[in-house]
Design a binder for this molecule. Structure first.
Ligand SMILES: [Zn+2]
Length: 448
């Protein structure tokens, strides 16, 4: 691949959590899929391509660590609009998930990935638990078409729900079928390299009632034997904590520890309600958290204590969660929500711009085990996004580097994944958007 120069940016945030993340007026040279050089006023080499980033600010490509892409076709279903998690699952999912087939999954995933790319994301971890709808490989095909990195967290349910608050939204599969499916996906797609484009992770829908406790432990051992990371939902609502206490006589994080589900190879979505001793266990074990502030706000689940997690040294990344409970799937807006909501909850010193951009970039890559991704630094994978600061919302701005995050809605002019353009001049060359719009409308008609 020929080298490429991104020229004329107003500056960059590197993805580090400290004020040292700020780089004024830099150009970036990319070669062999990696960042070769970051410095002011670089000159184009003979034959080198140049991307114009005048008036743009560069961030590392954003890393979304928790999504359910098929839900792109379930935005704003009226039965769930005023409900919390349990009744939302019952009203939105229960009647509609059986209708999904492989083609609808492809349309939903493509739409989700388009929204990801146009909001600055370059890596997505999708928690996918529809077994009846065909082969999960369709998700990798959709990501390949767009050019994004995808971590497919293969979810499943093996037992009927014993939790009266949460219905069975998908039919159970046998535990053997679950293991076989993950094994097949890993053999076909999993690449363990530090800047992998395709990873597979082991991801039961929820650990406390969608598999048996013995299966949960077996899943952890299976994942570690195969070198796969582990992901699931945990402690999203207060009901979930009471259920775990009643059913398992412990707190959710204690339950996870007993079943070998804490560690540097695990990241857990939500984690809204944790006791102080659970925060200490998460921190000591190196377990990551995928914080989903928009979904938690939309479903009225609460506000995860990000400042406490940061203070304890937990690696906290961001996730947009399913579009059926955020209606947005906008990665930059998700980061802005995180920046705002913790100030509202815990005061103005609770977050900084650099901390939130770190959560949206480098911390996400770390939680996914993509060690060479998420920082603008020579030698790292060339995943970056150029946000354009154009239009009245950006006039009068004093801090260009913070502006994409604090003002929001910045248009992506360019984005690269491993040096390859995903968005170029605001467009997605790989996608026929008009066809996608029709396909999404046709799917919604079937799901109505
Ligand atoms: Zn989720």
């Amino acid at each position: 691949m020929a080298s490429l120069l991104i020229k004329g940016a107003l500056g960059a945030l590197t993805g580090e959590a400290s004020p040292a993340a700020r780089l004024p007026a830099v150009d970036v040279r990319v070669a062999g899929g990696l960042i070769e050089e970051i410095a002011p006023a670089l000159q184009a080499r003979p034959g080198e391509s140049v991307l114009n980033a005048d008036g743009c600010v560069l961030y590392p490509g954003l890393v979304n660590t928790h999504h359910h892409m098929f839900q792109s076709l379930l935005k704003g279903v009226p039965a769930g609009i005023n409900e919390g998690l349990g009744l939302w699952l019952r009203g939105v999912h229960l009647p509609r998930l059986p209708i999904f087939d492989e083609e609808m999954v492809r349309v939903g995933a493509t739409l989700a990935l388009v929204q990801m790319a146009l909001s600055g994301a370059t890596t997505v971890a999708d928690h996918y638990y529809l077994h009846h709808a065909g082969a999960a490989g369709v998700l990798f095909e959709a990501a390949e078409q767009l050019g994004l990195r995808l971590v497919l967290c293969r979810g499943a349910v093996t037992v009927k729900s014993a939790n009266p608050d949460y219905p069975d939204i998908v039919p159970p599969v046998s535990f053997d079928a679950m293991l076989r499916d993950i094994d097949d996906l890993a053999a076909r797609y999993h690449d363990p390299s530090a800047d992998s484009r395709r990873r597979v992770a082991v991801a039961p829908l929820t650990p406390t009632y969608s598999v048996t406790p013995a299966e949960l432990t077996e899943l952890a051992r299976f994942a570690r034997a195969k070198g796969l990371r582990m992901h699931t939902h945990l402690s999203e609502t207060l009901d979930y904590i009471s259920y775990t206490r009643e059913k398992h006589d412990c707190l959710p994080v204690q339950f996870m520890a007993e079943h070998e589900w804490l560690g540097r190879d695990v990241w857990l979505a939500h984690m809204v309600h944790l006791a102080p001793e659970e925060v200490a266990m998460v921190a000591a074990s190196g377990t990551g958290i995928a914080h989903c502030p928009t979904s938690n706000a939309r479903l009225g689940s609460g506000i995860a204590p990000l400042p406490a997690y940061t203070q304890a040294g937990v690696s906290v990344s961001l996730g947009v969660d399913g579009p059926a409970c955020s209606e947005a799937s906008h990665m930059l807006d998700e980061a802005r929500m995180a920046w705002l909501i913790h100030r509202a909850a815990s005061g103005p010193k609770s977050t900084t711009v650099e901390n939130i951009v770190h959560a949206a970039t480098r911390a996400g890559a770390v939680n996914l085990g993509l060690d060479n991704v998420g920082l603008l630094k020579p030698g790292m994978a060339a995943d970056l996004v150029a946000f354009e600061l154009e239009g009245p919302a950006y006039w009068g701005q004093h801090d260009a580097l913070a502006a994409p995050l604090i003002t929001g809605h910045a248009r992506v002019r360019h984005s690269l994944v491993g040096g390859r353009a995903v968005v170029r001049d605001g467009l997605l060359p790989a996608i026929d958007l008009e066809k996608l719009r029709h396909d999404a409308a046709a799917a919604v008609a079937k799901l109505h």
